[in-house]
Design a protein around this ligand. Sequence first.
Ligand SMILES: [Zn+2]
Length: 322
Amino acid sequence: MRYAVGLDIGGSWIRGALGDQSGRLSRRSVQRVVQGSGDRFVSQAIGIIKEVSIGVANDVEGIGVGAAGRIDIRRGSIEFSPHASLSSVPLKDAIEAEFSKPAVVLNDCVAAAVAEGVVGAGKGIGNLVYVGIGTGIGAGIMVDGRILLGKDGNAHEVGHMIIDLEGRLECNCGGKGHWEAYTSGSGIPKYAKYLSNGFSGVSSLVDIIKAGGKEIEAKEIFTAAYEGDPFAEYVINEAAGINAKAFANIVNLYDPELITVGGGLALKNPSLTVLPIAEMIPHLCFNVPPRVALTPLGEDAPLVGAVLSAFDSVRSELIPQL
Ligand SMILES: [Zn+2]
């Protein structure tokens, strides 16, 4: 049996797993990202790889990493992560030096797109996009059977596309008017605060925002919307409109047959996120609209993709440019 180790590195958590070529995960490990230096972070990642491969290390073909943030795919480094405050971490070199096995470092949503294409809803589909709506917004893009990379491996940074020409809200990356600043898990509370200024109806959510004491969270906005709070419903509708326009941009740029959606915010609230996008994009895009669906791989999509992309056979077919 051949195995690979996958790591999914998010803003707060590192998740590791041992898996096989069918994308089945066996041993898992989850740890909170250690803050501090890049060295400490690398040691933590190496520790997780050792932990999940104990006893079968000789049968491990390679190590795949899906990491949130901007990466340099050829160096295999995490260049900038707005959530985990990492910069220029040479993860691929460190892993290869430690284990003497090939390692690949992809963006987490690119890894998820690999998973979707090989074992998920995109099996046999050469043109697909995976969009993750969680703390941030990211994507992985497959065109004509190949994952798009770009000069540094970042040809998919849809969350930082400018959707507000007035740039009213600032993004986690420091840019203005970027999509994820409005409708991601970290963005929607800021967007709600902005919209509350012009809202004159009765809403307990607006009362909380205006009282100022604590920052509201995305979860509270969605809960209030489910309970019928008119302001929360208004915020969710505005956010859905922005999401649909951003999806229409993606459709017009990449002409996918399928867009699958993952990420914590979408997975927890599909009826208020994915469903309205699917309903609206036929009216917004120039190209023939694709199918839009929640990913069947759930929150494991990036981890499964990290495992799969460590197999030479998968990598040489889907990412031959690497
Ligand atoms: Zn940004």
